[in-house]
Design a protein around this ligand. Structure first.
Ligand code: GLN
Length: 490
């Protein structure tokens, strides 16, 4: 029997239905892989008992012919999703040992469909970061290494645990969230597929809030088809989230393999940055050529406000974060550090409970929302956001079906290599942030390697609620580029 951990979800589904192996065997294979890969620090909590119980239930349902679309598929869950009776921390000290008495809508839909939870995955604290180095559980290690080097690299962030675990074959897929790039950037750094669906496609209920007008859940998977399978389960209307959209969820898997002939693909000239590595440029051209060979038409487009996206994001996101994080006061959740007065208790708890990056965001956010500066910063950033959204709308109005860009400006970097200057870290999301600002869907698909043998990804940006086109196009790139698996060294 082939190693069960190397199967895709689609392959495992066939194997389970055909009784080639049981859900329990599949889960056990992954639990062993997780145990052997602790050096990667991808999981912050392993839940083997939970996993085996769910796998047995899946086996029973499969035997009766009642298995759901994800029956017996072992997944990892980003520690930003609340899981009933299972510790949920957002990888922040301030949540301490918080054990939610409720389940996030997204995860509850995965369990409804029969999936198995292997454990909770590491992420940047409150999903703030691009390298998974701000987690209170320490950094995650990327299973990829540069050719001939044993330097430990970051898996990207904030969904670094999700990306690392999926790439290292520790779970068949993972949940993730994306506020400015946290699904797509780590996917690109690890040779995995990640999709941020349209804002409103997945419920935010039960997901720890970072910047509510930008946050969106989505999967990280090993193939475009698997990403489509997971998105179908995760998406859907939820009355508990007023921003979730009441619109039928299509069977995204049907989009795989459909013709892209005649589709118009935009190449935005503003994404051609000065000083961009030649290999990124080459990857982009190659991706465009693959789509062209499959019958798409490539057109140059302009998104003139692109340069303002990152600065505007770093006003809007911290503003919303400062408001969302006000609830962590030492009274309701986790950590409490005593003081002589209630005010001092708040201060002590927040000073000790939040890491440096989170404190920076809270301070920036509070500043840009303060009475004297609100108009100059927050209001202005919101106006810029509208212009960014309009750029995309103009482009789609001209008949463009999707936009092709690089996913990141570089391949994965070393742990500790960036971060002295926060701006350097923020620049990682230069290609992904505009998509969140506009609320659009975006997928990152591995497309090649850099000179040092590290994976690189391309991004496709779609029209609102047209994830299907992204899956169709993404699969064309996947077919041309092949799949990416790191050499096992751990
Ligand atoms: N890296 C970006 C930030 O730190 C985006 C993070 C995310 O998408 N959650 O804000």
């Amino acid at each position: 029997m082939t190693d069960l951990t190397s199967l895709t979800i689609a392959e495992a589904r066939t194997g389970l239905a055909g009784k080639s192996f049981t859900a329990l065997e599949l889960t056990d294979a992954h639990l062993s892989a997780i145990e052997a890969a602790r050096v990667l620090n991808a999981f912050v909590l392993e839940t083997p008992d939970h996993a085996r119980r769910m796998a047995r239930q899946a086996d029973a349902k499969i035997a009766k012919g009642e298995g759901g679309p994800l029956a017996g598929i072992p997944l990892g869950i980003k520690d930003l999703f609340a899981t009933t009776d299972v510790r949920t921390t957002a990888c922040s000290r301030i949540l301490g040992n918080f054990v939610p008495p409720y389940e996030s809508t997204v995860t509850s839909q995965l369990w409804r469909d029969g999936a198995v939870m292997l454990g909770k995955l590491n992420n940047d604290e409150f999903a703030m970061g691009s390298s998974n180095e701000t987690s209170c559980f320490g950094p995650v290690v990327n299973p990829w290494r540069r050719d001939g080097s044993d330097t430990r690299l970051v898996p990207g962030g904030s969904s670094g645990g999700s990306a690392s675990a999926v790439a290292a074959l520790l779970c068949m897929g993972a949940t993730a969230t994306d506020t400015g790039g946290s699904i797509r950037q780590p996917a690109a750094f690890t040779g995995t597929v990640g999709i941020k669906p349209t804002y409103g496609r997945c419920s935010r209920w039960g997901t720890v809030a970072f910047a509510s007008s930008l946050d969106q859940a989505g999967p990280i998977a090993r193939s475009v088809r698997d990403a489509a399978i997971l998105t179908r389960s995760m998406a859907g209307h939820d009355p508990k989230d007023t921003t979730s959209v009441n619109r039928a969820v299509p069977d995204y898997e049907k989009a795989i393999g459909t013709s892209i002939k005649g589709m118009k693909i935009g190449i935005p000239k503003e994404y051609r940055l000065d000083g961009m590595p030649a290999e990124i440029e080459k990857l982009w051209t190659e991706g465009a050529d693959w789509l062209k060979a499959a019958g798409a038409e490539l057109v140059e487009v302009s998104l003139p406000h692109t340069t303002y996206a990152l600065p505007a994001y770093y006003i809007v996101a911290p503003a919303e974060a400062s408001s969302n994080l006000a609830r962590y006061d030492g009274v309701r959740y986790g950590l409490r550090v005593p003081g002589r007065s209630i005010g001092e208790m708040y201060e002590n708890t927040r000073a000790e409970g939040f890491g440096a990056e989170v404190r920076r965001r809270v301070m920036i956010g509070t500043y840009v929302l303060s009475a004297g500066y609100y108009d100059a910063y927050y209001l202005r950033a919101q106006k810029v956001r509208t212009l960014i959204k309009k750029d995309f709308e103009d482009c789609f109005a001209k008949g463009v079906n999707a936009i092709l860009t690089p996913a990141t400006p570089s391949a994965a970097f070393g742990i500790g290599e960036k971060g002295a200057d926060p701006i350097e870290m923020y620049l990682n999301d230069i290609f992904t942030v505009p998509v969140n600002m506009a609320g659009l869907p975006g997928i990152a698909v591995p497309a090649g390697k850099d000179v040092q043998g590290l994976p690189l990804g391309l991004q496709l940006i779609g029209r609102p609620f047209d994830e299907e086109t992204l899956f169709s196009l993404g699969e064309v790139i996947e077919q041309a580029a092949g799949r990416f698996t790191p050499n096992k060294w751990w």
